[in-house]
Design a protein around this ligand. Structure first.
Ligand code: SF4
Length: 460
């Protein structure tokens, strides 16, 4: 997710490049909206950023202000109509909205407003509808946004652009999903502003990181500059950045809470080696996020690091594919073993997580078929035992291998020779946090309310 305000320049090419840098956050659909001449233009479709946008569509997106979004659906339809930005037009305001995260009280929100929840395409669509209704009643777009999100539970980082080119960037009081602010030009004489889910999006377009958008904060950006407004007071916020942003989700070159993700992953591997060593010939990581952890494991254990898996860069991430069949089928398409590096070897294979176990089992089988003598699996996060309601698609406990199996049963199911997980204490130590991150899927302690109907698996 990205928002750009660059007076006197075209925002959409910057937005496009930034979206490219954030493609890993969602591969189902992509979209952009720009403001020009009192109007909003939206282009969005299913597919990768490179598929959705052509020279012609980019030329249609005129304006010095733009927002962009890549989607991976955790609620609502995976159909193209649910692609973002969501758009609403009222007599007083036209706006486009992009949302990263997942809301947990959508049914109650819809019911209170007399909206049939099934008539909405997604939780983001519902927020846009509630905001549009408030605007129709005479509330300013800014106040409507604040009022509506104050009634929302769950995870949201949002960018909203109105027809005059004002950009609003909001982050929920827990800050489940990252959002940062940067500038173009110099700090003393900025020539533009940018918000993005991750810092590499700033890097690729030459913007400079200024700071994270705080949990519970809204940033309002106009061509004249930016100001900050509280959605809730700081004492009502509680840091809750998703711990899996560090383990898996974010790019390794991203900075989150002031920490470079790559270094934290290496440290996870080092601590994993210290707590769960094994006699083996070579350590290898499952690309991409397992590799820095494997490097850390090799360094701490003294076992040589090697490459044993080649990744097809053109296949999407399995974890964020929208259905189980797509996930299982894509493992073999995505990873191919380097037979010469594997044959006859006792391998330590470091992966970032085990969610359903199906992809890991296929991976271990693939390594054994390639001649591995032993496969010792080391996981750089604790067992994923509880569903996430804040932006990762694991809606019920039934899907989670660790929810119903001991580590030894998991080892048997996966077919590895041994299996060990990083402890929560060591994961926190690797990142350098105490309890500032959400770790509900590892502990079952949810920092925000989780409604019964979603917990029971009822979805849109
Ligand atoms: S429940 Fe897990 S995956 Fe979801 S936000 Fe919390 S730490 Fe992240």
């Amino acid at each position: 997710m990205v928002g750009v305000v660059v007076p006197g320049r075209h925002a959409t090419h910057l937005c496009y490049d930034a979206l490219y840098a954030l493609q890993h956050r969602g591969q189902e659909s992509a979209g952009m909206a720009s403001a020009h001449d009192g109007q909003i233009t939206v282009v969005k479709d299913n597919g990768l950023v490179s598929h959705v946008f052509t020279d012609a569509t980019l030329r249609a997106l005129i304006g010095s202000e733009a927002i962009g979004h890549t989607r991976y659906s955790t609620s609502g339809s995976a159909n193209w109509t649910a692609a973002q930005p969501v758009f609403r037009s009222t007599p007083d305001a036209t706006f486009a909205l992009g949302h990263n995260g997942n809301l947990t009280n959508t049914h109650a929100l819809a019911e209170r407003a007399g909206i049939r929840v099934t008539s909405m395409l997604s939780d983001s669509d519902l927020v846009a509808e509630l905001v549009a209704r408030a605007v129709v009643e005479g509330v300013s777009l800014e106040d409507a946004l604040v009022d509506v999100v104050r009634g929302v539970d769950g995870a949201y980082s949002m960018v909203v652009l109105n027809q005059s080119g004002t950009l609003f960037a909001l982050r929920d009081p827990h800050g489940f999903r990252p959002l940062c602010l940067g500038y173009f030009g110099t700090k003393d004489e900025p020539t533009g502003w940018m918000v993005a889910s991750e810092t590499p999006a700033l890097d690729v377009v030459g913007a400079t990181f200024l700071r994270d958008v705080e949990p519970g904060e809204m940033i309002v950006v106009t061509p004249e500059g930016y100001r900050s407004r509280r959605i809730v007071e700081p004492e009502q916020t509680r840091q809750g950045l998703c711990i899996f942003e560090f383990v898996y989700f974010a790019r390794p070159d991203a900075y989150l809470m002031g920490r470079q993700v790559h270094s934290t992953r290496r440290r996870m591997g080092e601590l994993l080696a210290q707590q769960s060593s094994v006699d083996a010939d070579v350590v290898m990581g499952v690309p991409d996020s397992g590799v820095p952890a494997a490097e850390g494991f090799a360094k701490a254990s003294g076992i040589p690091f090697g490459y044993g898996l080649v990744k097809n860069r053109y296949i999407g991430r399995t974890f964020i594919s929208p259905d189980q069949n797509a996930r299982a089928a894509s493992v073999r398409r995505k990873l191919n073993p380097l037979r010469e590096a594997i044959e006859g070897q006792r391998l330590v294979v470091v992966d970032d997580s085990i969610v359903r176990g199906t992809t890991t089992r296929a991976l271990v089988q693939m390594l054994k078929d390639a001649g591995a003598r032993e496969v010792h699996l080391r996981v750089s996060s604790p067992p994923f035992q509880w569903p996430c309601f804040f932006g990762i698609d694991t809606p019920t406990r039934d899907d989670l291998l660790a929810a119903h199996h001991t580590v030894s049963e998991m080892n048997e199911f996966i077919g590895s020779d041994s299996l060990e997980f990083l402890t929560l204490e060591n994961l926190r130590r690797a990142i350098g946090v105490q309890d500032e991150c959400c770790d509900a899927c590892l502990t079952g302690h949810y920092p925000a309310p989780v409604p019964v109907e979603i917990a029971a698996g009822v979805r849109w």
